[in-house]
Design a protein around this ligand. Sequence first.
Ligand SMILES: Cc1cc2nc3c(=O)[nH]c(=O)nc-3n(C[C@H](O)[C@H](O)[C@H](O)COP(=O)(O)O)c2cc1C
Length: 244
Amino acid sequence: MNRLILLCLILAGYVAVQAKTLVVYYSYTNNVNRIVAELTKQIEADVIRVQPAEKGVDYAANNYAIGSAQISAIRNKPNDASSYPAIDSVKVNLAEYDCVIIGAPLWWSNMAAPLQTFLLHHGKDMAGKKIGLIVSSASSGISGVESDAKRLIPKGDFMSPSLWIRSSQTSNAASMVSNWLKAIGYDNISGINDPASDAQNEKILGIFNLSGQPISDKDHATNGIYIVQYINGNRINTKKVAIR
Ligand SMILES: Cc1cc2nc3c(=O)[nH]c(=O)nc-3n(C[C@H](O)[C@H](O)[C@H](O)COP(=O)(O)O)c2cc1C
C-alpha cells in the first residue's frame, strides 16, 4: 500500500519541505559572533542577534559589575519579567522553524542576561523543537547556562551534548562546530540538509500525518503536510512532504 500511496504523492506533485533552523545569539565581545559566523558557513539558517535596548553599556567595567547586577536580578526573581534587561524587539515567527540553535556567552555561570530576555519572551514558542546550545566562556563550566536554557524553553527537545567553546578556542570554532554537528546528528533532523537529488535511492517505509498516524488509502489525496519515513542505504530517516 505504501508504494500505491507514493505513486499518488508523485502524481499529485509533492514537494519536500526542508526543515528550517533559526540561530539566535547574543555577543558582547564578539566571540559568539565569530562562532556563529563559522556555524552559518556549515548550515543553512536564519540568524537573529539579540541587542540590549540600552546602548553603549560597558559590561566589563568594574569587574563586570553591570552584567553581574543583571544576573543577580534574574537569579533573585526568575519568574518576574522586570528582572530581565530590556532588549530591542525582535520579529520572529517560531512556527516556521524545526530547530533552534542558541549561541550564549556565559556570565557568572549563567546565560548572558540579554539572551535570557529573548528566551523569556519566545522560549515557550519553541516547545517541541530541536534545541541546540553553544556556550562561550573564559573558563567556567556551562551547566548553569544549560539549566537557564531548560528553564526558559521548558518544552524544548534539547540535543545533547551542548557545545562548549572557551574564549581561547574561538579560532578553532570551525572544526569544533563541525564535530558537534556530527555528534548531535544534525543532518538527520527531519530532513535538514536532506539532498533531494538522492531521492532515487530512498525506499519508502511509511507515510504518516503530523499526529504520527499512518495514512490510509482514502487520505492520500488530501492536500496537506505528511511525514515520509524512508531508508537510504542503512539510514532510516524522515522528511516532510507537502501534497498540493
Ligand atoms: C558580565 C560578564 C561576566 C562573565 N562571567 C564569566 C564567568 O563567570 N566565567 C567565565 O569563564 N567567563 C565569564 N565571562 C567571560 C565570557 O563568558 C567570555 O568572554 C565569552 O567568550 C564572551 O562571549 P562574547 O565575546 O560573545 O560576548 C564573563 C563576561 C562578562 C561580560
